[in-house]
Design a protein around this ligand. Structure first.
Ligand SMILES: *Cc1c(COP(=O)(O)O)cnc(C)c1O
Length: 307
């Protein structure tokens, strides 16, 4: 399951702020893994695809919104590895498809739309059973790709990092990526998640459950920050948009506003506020998702930028 996917580089970021505070920041560039199957979405799909193949399944069925990085990545991965893909999309069928859905359809993903109400119950076994009756056999990939096989793929990030470090930071949605990092570290170092969603008090519990299911034990070496969601999922503010533009100008690295923009905004703010001790070595995971820029006209200049 590896062809045309490259290992991601670890890049040291230079910034006046880091010198001033005496810290070092490295970015694990998972955005560079593949042009379409980027970042944590590839990490989470990798062993799910293998599992589907082991189970002799030819069709993947998954869920997501009209701008979902997971839908986009699953459509591209399914095509590349020879699976049929079905995307169950939240909400009514739009008059005009988003760029994300357009791409998914071009990759051959079959799109079906679910009312928001039904979508909320999508994880009920009865809904999955009804879908099996309607669509035939499939390998079920949960929304965001988050399940126990996802953790195995994310945990591999840790084994690729060859330097010593104190903290590893990631953006959080479902918490699957955070859980994978925690599982990979087995209680060492500190894992810091930045939630892109508002006050999800259940998120820590979910991360614990995922880690336990995967590793057979719990590790307490993580925390989740909820101070930088900017009003909730896919919500933005002018200062976040400005930060992403400045970051691109200063570092030639693109971020998007749903996940990675919030992560780096929060991380820079915490560094500014002396959250990290002097001499701390921090790794920030660039989880990719750059296709999501198509949902933000105010960042159109970044959509087609080379770096
Ligand atoms: C999906 C996604 C996340 C969130 O990952 P979870 O495993 O759901 O917490 C973070 N960053 C990007 C770019 C994503 O696409």
């Amino acid at each position: 399951m590896q062809n045309s996917f490259s290992e991601s580089p670890l890049q040291k970021l230079e910034d006046e702020l880091f010198h001033e505070k005496g810290i070092e920041l490295y970015i694990k560039r998972d955005d560079l893994i593949h042009p379409h199957v980027q970042g944590n979405k590839w990490r989470k799909l990798k062993y799910n695809l293998q599992q589907a193949r082991n189970n002799k399944q030819h069709t993947l069925l998954t869920f997501g919104g009209a701008y979902s990085n997971h839908i986009y990545a699953t459509a591209a991965a399914a095509r590349q590895f020879g699976f049929k893909a079905i995307g169950m999309i939240r909400g009514e069928e739009p008059a005009v498809k988003s760029a994300t859905l357009q791409f998914a359809a071009e990759q051959g993903m079959e799109l079906h739309y679910m009312s928001r109400e039904t979508y909320r119950q999508k994880e009920d076994t009865t809904i999955i059973e009804i879908l099996r009756m309607q669509m035939g056999e499939f390998y079920y990939v949960p929304e965001g790709g988050t399940n126990v096989f996802a953790l195995q793929g994310v945990a591999e990030i840790i084994s690729e990092i060859e330097i010593d470090f104190d903290y590893i930071c990631t953006a959080c949605g479902t918490g699957g990526t955070l859980a994978g990092l925690v599982a990979g570290l087995k209680g060492e170092k500190q894992v810091l998640g930045f939630s892109s969603l508002k006050g999800e008090d259940r998120l820590s519990g979910k991360v614990h459950e995922l880690v336990e299911e995967y590793a057979g034990e719990r590790f307490g070496d993580f925390s989740i920050n909820f101070d930088y969601h900017f009003g909730g999922y896919a919500k933005v503010k002018p200062e976040l948009i400005q930060f992403i533009k400045d970051f691109h100008r200063n570092h030639a690295i693109r971020l998007e506003p749903v996940y990675t923009g919030k992560l780096f905004y929060g991380l820079f703010d915490l560094i500014q506020r002396d959250y990290f001790p002097k001499d701390a070595k921090i790794i920030a995971l660039h989880t990719g998702g750059l296709q999501g820029l198509t949902g933000f006209p105010e960042l159109a200049e970044l959509q087609n930028a080379k770096t």
